[in-house]
Design a protein around this ligand. Structure first.
Ligand code: ZN
Length: 559
């Protein structure tokens, strides 16, 4: 990329084509500030992958310029990639509010990196000063305390990034979003606003956390048997409401699941949760307490197979078995892509006699993201010259752009940035997306390997999962130019015994292809082209017969 001293560059490295792996680069002259360094979770498109993280080649190339990594809040899609990437960019200091830093520290400890990383705790009045940037912060509501929006003062003008946010005038954890401060920032003049697009397609305003708290109280007052409560493990305000209602209705609380345990420990240590000392009990004691006196707080609201709730639902949990009279409350909504897994979980629970309470039937969950009316309010208060929909998928960006137009931002001042796009603003405040894109394709984390799973591997895993494998073992006689024997091994494709006819016909076809190939006049036989021929032709043949395309793997053994 060409370097011009007097222009500001903003490059999203992740989070601009998906909900997750958020990471945005702000660059001016020889300084870079990075906002968020998150991960994304795998989908059906990436079987066997643990996490997806941003490509930071651009940051690696410019690591001497990085002055700070600023984190808007402690969700994994904003902090999760730190342990995987921080060493590659020489450990620049990381800034965040206390809970955010607490959760980052917890994660770094898992990787043994806590001593190497410079973690800097800031507060809402902090200002971070660098040569070309001055950063300040404003409080927003979200599904985790200590969420902030960031103001970047730069030589060409002020930028505002909301981070993830919603407007909640009656939150249960912290104060309402600081609309006064936001208004003031707007009055001082803002060049670009980057705003959370996750709920840009949702009409109206987002439900307040207070309404959810009232619902929890109401349910707890009515339910007689055991309550098993699940929510996002970082949704501390919700966990607080559960604890509050449990204490009010004389129930003890047992926490099952590593994810939930970890956040609760960090939140308790930092004073973000208030609990009477006798309320929380060890899960081992659940059996000793009568059903109407206990709440089991379990992680696993997203149906992830290894989570506590999934193990409970499949009868594999050591301490908690579902029984008739149990009520399972899902105070969450499935993240797009997880719907099937969550519904399967609910089916299993119902089959075992539990009553399941979930959104949207009961008003038992509120999103952490602003809906259309709230988004318009923020744009109106900030009154930016340019608007960039941030954090979301393309259809969300399109919806958010429409909202911006409704409140008076002209079309030509709205920029839709893909991952790797670079928005450049010159000293005359002219903005444009420059031609050269920065590398931004997703990096896949598989076990402990980072980036060693490529698309070929993924494609193979998908084929194996969907259509099985078909192995051809060919014993070939090089001298006599003859196929001596032929074996087929197949898994996950068709049941061999029941498909004798298909297998025999396929064998005939394989022999024909091989014999024809062996008749070549060439003195030395190269097996690779034969393998390719078999792979392609047998794959097509099996597809024409079955409508499925298993992975065809020819092995040629010479005798
Ligand atoms: Zn978030």
């Amino acid at each position: 990329m060409k370097k011009t001293q007097s222009s500001l560059k903003i490059i999203p490295l992740g989070g601009s084509e998906e909900v997750g792996r958020n990471c945005t680069v702000f660059e001016y002259a020889n300084e870079i500030i990075v906002l968020d360094l998150g991960l994304d979770f795998p989908t059906e498109e990436t079987p066997g992958v643990d996490y997806i993280i941003p490509n930071i080649d651009y940051l690696k190339k410019n690591k001497n310029k990085i002055k700070a990594i600023v984190i808007s809040h402690g969700h994994l899609d904003h902090i999760g990639a730190i342990p995987y990437l921080i060493s590659e960019i020489d450990f620049p200091p990381i800034y965040g509010l206390p809970l955010t830093i607490g959760l980052i520290r917890e994660r770094l400890e898992e990787f043994g990196l806590e001593k190497k990383v410079k973690l800097k705790t800031i507060n809402l009045d902090s200002t971070l000063k660098f040569k070309n940037f001055s950063l300040s912060f404003f409080h927003v509501n979200h599904n985790i305390p200590d969420s902030v929006g960031v103001v970047f003062k730069t030589p060409v003008g002020s930028l505002v990034h909301t981070g993830d946010f919603k407007i909640d005038l009656t939150p249960t954890d912290q104060k309402p979003i600081d609309l006064e401060k936001i208004k003031k920032i707007g009055e001082e003049g803002v060049l670009v606003l980057f705003s959370d697009s996750t709920n840009a397609t949702e009409p109206g305003s987002t439900l307040s956390e207070k309404k959810v708290a009232e619902m929890i109280d109401q349910l707890f007052s009515q339910i007689k048997g055991r309550i098993i409560f699940t929510t996002f493990s970082t949704l501390i305000s919700r966990i607080q409401e559960v604890i509050k209602s449990a204490e009010k209705y004389h129930r003890r609380v047992a926490i099952v699941g590593l994810a939930m345990e970890k956040t609760i420990r960090v939140a308790l240590n930092l004073g973000y949760l208030k609990v009477k000392p006798e309320t929380i009990i060890w899960p081992q004691k659940i059996k000793k307490i009568s059903d109407e006196k206990i709440v089991i707080l379990a992680s696993g609201s997203q149906g992830i197979e290894s989570s506590a709730l999934a193990r409970i639902s499949s009868g594999k949990h050591q301490l908690v078995k579902i029984k008739k009279g149990d009520t399972v409350i899902f105070s969450s909504s499935p993240i797009p892509g997880n719907e099937r897994a969550v519904h399967n979980l609910m089916n299993l629970l119902v089959d075992q006699g539990a009553k399941v309470i979930y959104e949207p039937l009961f008003g038992i969950h509120a999103s952490g993201h602003a809906s259309q009316e709230d988004l318009k309010m923020i744009i109106s208060l900030i009154k930016p010259r340019y608007f960039v929909p941030a954090y979301g998928e393309h259809y969300m960006f399109a919806a958010h752009a429409e909202l911006a137009k409704e409140v008076g931002i002209p079309q030509e001042n709205i920029f839709i940035l893909n991952n790797g796009d670079c928005l450049e603003i010159d000293k005359n405040k002219n903005a444009k997306i420059i031609k050269n894109k920065v590398k931004s394709e997703a990096i896949l984390v598989d076990g402990l390997g980072i980036g060693d799973v490529k698309h070929v591997v993924l494609r193979d895993r998908k084929t194996l999962a969907e259509a099985g494998i078909f192995v051809i073992i060919l014993l070939a006689d090089r001298k006599r130019r003859n196929v001596n024997n032929l074996e087929i091994i197949s898994r996950g494709f068709v049941f061999l015994k029941e498909s004798e006819k298909l297998i025999n016909e396929t064998k005939k076809k394989i022999k024909k292809i091989a014999q024809k190939y062996l008749k070549t006049k060439a003195k030395i036989i190269d097996w690779e082209p034969l393998k390719t021929k078999l792979r392609n032709q047998i794959s097509d043949y099996l597809f024409s017969k079955t409508g499925r395309r298993p992975m065809v793997l020819p092995l040629i053994i010479e005798i």
